[in-house]
Design a protein. Sequence first.
Length: 471
Amino acid sequence: MGSVLLTVSLSGPDAQALGHLLHKHPDRVQTFELPVGTATVFYPESTAERVTAALLLEVDPIGMVKRRLKSRDGATLTDYVTDRPYAASSMLAVALGRVFNTALNGRSDSFPELAASPLPLRIRIPAVPVRPAGRDQLAGAALVRGLFEPLGWTVAAHTTPFGPDGSWGEAPYVDLTLTGSVRLADALSQVYVLLPVLDNAKHYWVGTDEVTKLVRRGEGWLADHPLRELIVRRYLVSRPDYVEDATLRLTALDDVPVDEPDDAADEEAPAPLKVQRLETVLDVVHQVGARRVVDLGCGEGHYLRALLADPTITEVVGVDVSARALARAERRLNLDRLSDHQRARITLRQSSVTYRDDQLAGFDAILLIEVVEHLEPDRIASLEAGVFGAARPGHVIVTTPNRDYNPVYGLADGDLRHPDHRFEWTRAEFAAWADGVASGYGYRVEFRPVGEVDPDAGPPTQLALFSREGP
């Protein structure tokens, strides 16, 4: 048997929460039988100020070769001589995805605030293969830094001489340590994606589901990564059709299907749906007379920019779970160049739509624009309680895709408009949800279409305006 190791360390006053965030008890040694081998999770270090969790993967090289060669007659010695049992390849990525799946999805019922926040993390993987490729200019430790440093990590990548006496040159492996303040789910997702990229090989057949995995695990960091092309190509083992699909999906905007142009060449064509949605939402904000507005799930600030440009809006708050999205919003809004008066009108806060945040109470309006469909269905009740129950603004404006309209885009039954959508409501389903929320929390609700209305399918986006009836 060969063994591959990965450790995750959390330092500081919240160190003892690491077990809750990973959903693995620190007082137990837990073992998992996986197709790639046996994975074991244990905690080699646990103090008040620092906790370390280890994932050990034991790979059976003989069994691995037998499974791969079961359709062939016989095997040679070279079939068994690989570094798979000893190096952190796609096998470790598979184990990471299976064993820490809940943490990868950013879920923690015990410490939801920590799960949504950047944490002082240290990840070490002692043996990471760094395979060169002819068309890639970066190699070795430079490639490792090029992949991880743009994500905010401090990278230590050490190599050692190769061969019995070190005369073969630098070994194609690095002892990798990542240190930084990163949300745990993002950290695990980045390692999950980039290990196979560094190895430049996968131990299993790559199918269309790998595109979905890449897009989902790359959410929030891959689309604008400077080495995105290299990452996509290597992760998808240079399959041109998959690479093209992933690239289109990574650059998709809002809920517009990836093959739907965002702008029309014909000047007389209707404005893109993204623009129509913004105009409709701003019209509703003006109609209800809102002066203090929260954009909950603000992303990179598309609506914040428009709200800040409106002199009738006296206070704007942008809230998002992603620190990276907020940092981009700050840059795109040029907050450092605003006058003191303008800068005082806007606040950016890191929080989640599913958590109660008392700082959001008392506002005239809260916007939930293309947000609800990104939540797991079992988290929607938490959103309702936090927004309609705790914050209780005068008005709530919700927009979400209309699933009835998807066939107009050429989508098959069951297809979603964006890879990160967890569901999409029909008009009847959206109305039923909105009516239930309104009656349960003391609001009245009315519905508006957004975009060109199809006589049978309705509008591409549906909007609900909730107005509070009591105090």
